[in-house]
Ligand binder design. Structure first.
Ligand code: GCW
Length: 662
């Protein structure tokens, strides 16, 4: 329980969250750096709360022991008998997981007897990617799609001298089982391309900050690095000089960081260089890096986010949703065993609502990781309180082949033909005093990590777990109010923004706030095709882009047929008249009116409920959330009025309830 500077919020590890452990007599047995971390935590907790660290295990009422008999790298067994709680752990990382498990359970783990329970992560890789840059971009800021201030890693074009915040962040992440962090933006600019070389000493220090919490670091690299950093004439993956350059670069990284995780790569995507320039495919590209990493046990996370961002909006034959499957499905079986294909959860781009990407069902012989977005790019940018636990849970539990088949999480966790890839998300953290801009957005970071550990966990239980840890001594009204604001907030946000899975309708560039036609005539491939008659994208095989055909049964048919397609995804898959009747019984137009009024109204209820907590939570936190909820109310009403007006002007269908149209 190392201390947090007074000016930084302790998130879900305030001192009080350690009370149940801190009052005990605790014995820690085992060796190694991670056991030392656990021992330091226990020492600090007992010092703060009056317990003791004891040398004699017979004198302890909490025993934390490394026991090689426990199987599974990160597994631990916890139980309570004869007034002693014991955690037996497979190794140092597992011991730390076990300690934090007891902290989360608090008096429940340390009260009455409990039978032994074994805990082990479902996903072996639980990763957060940072889109942090070393320098500040004039428009984007320092962190691409970052809504919590600057980077905690970098300042003034280099790794920060003072890594105190990084150490605290590593502790927070380690406490919920994150074990991998990508240190820099997947859009790799000139300075960051040199993290591999000139800035390697900084990477060594960052790795040193994460290591005590069981977290390995990864770097995003540029496919053109042999040219831009190495001075070679090309970066063709089949060129022996290029291969030698990567082998050499990787060897130097491992000499400096022996437990380095590997690379994250965005290639041939949104202007990033890639193998297409040399007439090679993405298996050639990924394997180039994989072979350099292989001797050291490293992995390349190769992103499947590849599409044409110079599309002509008049071209109705191209469908961005199809792109990842078109590029990658034919390559199944060609990737080396230390390549993980990192697939965004949906076929478009981190929208509030999308179907699950069909790529996840198409790569039986490829290791696959699912990529989620904790940073709220399209979901309110940490100005709106939007807790995404239910979205992620729904995605991870989605059954790709129907009722009895494997889920998305099962695919990520691996099979006989393809070992695990894992679960990855883009982090929402910056140098903000509350870590995440909106203090309640900490719940997203927490929930992501806990779902990565166990994708079958009930997200609402995780929300309550986070509330209990974050506000340990608050009156019940605080927990009830925070729960009330966050549970259901994904649906609320969906209600007042782009309807029925159509997506986007945001202001181009920064992606905040409504602009229904903002992307309609752009090259980005994100269209809704609204006119006076109807709205939506026809992605059927019968009359549209054929995207539904990328799914296995039953989904290829469920989505194809307008009568079986779920309402939530109707406009993703179909172009329908404004008067089209939904399963819910109302027309598309009336649905927009009803949901937008209801969603906007809920934001007012939330703001008023939070107002009543003045004096019950720290004043600075209360003020920050108050300011954000007010902006959410304003934003939700703007969304409501723009969407309702747009639909009325295009459809001519009046709101049955006669509410105001502009
Ligand atoms: O959602 C889009 C973002 C880009 C991002 C890209 C990606 C890092 O608008 O800012 O670039 O996705 O995931 O690569």
């Amino acid at each position: 329980m190392t201390s947090t500077p007074a000016d930084v919020h302790p998130a879900w590890l305030p001192s009080a969250a350690w009370r149940a452990v801190g009052v005990r007599r605790v014995h820690v047995r085992g060796d190694g750096p991670l056991v030392a971390t656990a021992r330091d935590e226990v020492r600090a907790a007992t010092a703060a709360h009056g317990g003791t660290v004891v040398d004699d295990p017979a004198a302890a009422d909490l025993l934390l022991t490394v026991d090689p008999a426990v199987e599974g790298d990160e597994a631990f067994v916890v139980g309570r008998r004869d007034r002693v709680t014991s955690v037996r752990a497979a190794g140092g990382a597992a011991l730390l997981h076990g300690l934090h498990h007891v902290v989360r359970q608090g008096d429940d783990a340390l009260g009455s007897d409990r039978a032994d329970e074994r805990h082990a992560p479902v996903q072996p890789v639980r990763m957060l990617d940072h889109w942090d840059n070393m320098t500040v971009h004039p428009v984007m800021g320092q962190v691409e799609r970052g809504y919590a201030g600057g980077s905690i890693f970098y300042a003034d074009g280099r790794v920060r001298d003072d890594l105190t915040r990084v150490e605290q962040y590593a502790r927070l992440l380690g406490s919920v089982g994150i074990n991998a962090v990508g240190l820099n933006n997947v859009n790799v600019h000139v300075t960051e391309a040199r993290l591999l070389t000139d800035h390697l000493d900084g990477v060594v220090r960052l790795a040193g900050a994460f290591r005590p919490h069981g977290i390995r670091v990864y770097l995003s690299v540029s496919f053109a690095a042999p040219m831009t950093v190495g001075g070679l004439p090309a970066s063709d993956p089949l060129d022996p000089d290029v291969q030698a350059w990567w082998a050499d670069a990787v060897a130097r990284v491992y000499a400096a960081v022996p437990d380095f995780g590997g690379f994250v790569v965005k290639a041939d995507s949104e202007g990033q260089p890639g193998p297409f320039a040399y007439g090679r495919d993405h298996a050639d590209g990924a394997n180039l890096l994989a072979r350099a990493l292989k001797p050291f046990g490293g992995t390349v996370f190769w992103r499947a986010f590849v599409y044409d961002h110079h599309q002509d909006w008049r071209d109705r034959s191209t469908d961005r949703a199809r792109a990842a499957h078109d590029h990658f499905a034919p390559l199944d079986g060609r990737f080396d065993d230390n390549v993980v294909l990192q697939v965004k959860y949906g076929p478009m781009d981190f929208q509030t609502r999308e179907p699950v990407s069909p790529v996840i069902a198409a790569m039986a012989r490829t290791r696959l990781a699912v990529e989620l977005q904790v940073t709220q790019e399209y979901t309110g940018q940490q100005r709106h309180a939007v807790w995404l636990g239910p979205q992620w849970s729904e995605i991870l539990r989605f059954r790709l082949w129907g009722d009895t088949g494997p889920t998305v999480a099962d695919v990520a966790a691996g099979s006989a033909d393809a070992p695990a890839g894992g679960v990855v998300a883009v982090s929402n953290v910056g140098d903000d005093e509350f870590w995440t801009g909106h203090p309640l957005a900490q719940a997203n970071l927490y929930t992501f990590a806990r779902l990565a550990w166990d994708p079958s966990a009930d997200p609402v239980a995780l929300l309550d777990e986070w509330i209990g840890l974050t506000f340990p001594d608050a009156p019940p009204s605080v927990g009830d109010t925070v729960h009330g604001i966050l549970d259901g907030s994904w649906r609320t946000y969906e209600d007042y923004t782009a309807p029925l899975g159509v997506g986007f309708m945001v202001r181009p560039g920064h992606h905040y706030g409504p602009d229904v036609d903002g992307y309609e005539y752009t090259p980005w491939g994100t269209y809704h095709f609204a006119d006076r008659d109807g709205i939506g994208v026809d992605r059927t095989r019968a009359t549209g882009t054929g995207f539904t055909g990328q799914y296995p049964a039953p989904w290829r048919d469920v989505y194809e047929d307008v009568t079986t397609c779920p309402d939530d995804l109707l406009l993703f898959f179909h172009h329908v008249p404004w008067s089209h009747e939904l399963h819910s019984g109302v027309s598309v137009a009336q649905h927009v009116y009803d949901t937008h009024w209801a969603g906007a109204a809920r934001t007012e209820v939330n703001a008023a409920a939070w107002e009543r907590l003045a004096g019950q939570v720290p004043a600075d936190l209360h003020a920050r959330v108050t300011e954000r909820l007010a902006e959410q109310v304003r934003g939700a009403h703007e969304w409501r009025d723009q969407l309702c007006t747009y639909v009325y002007r295009h459809s001519g269908i009046p709101d049955a309830r006669g509410r105001r149209i502009y």
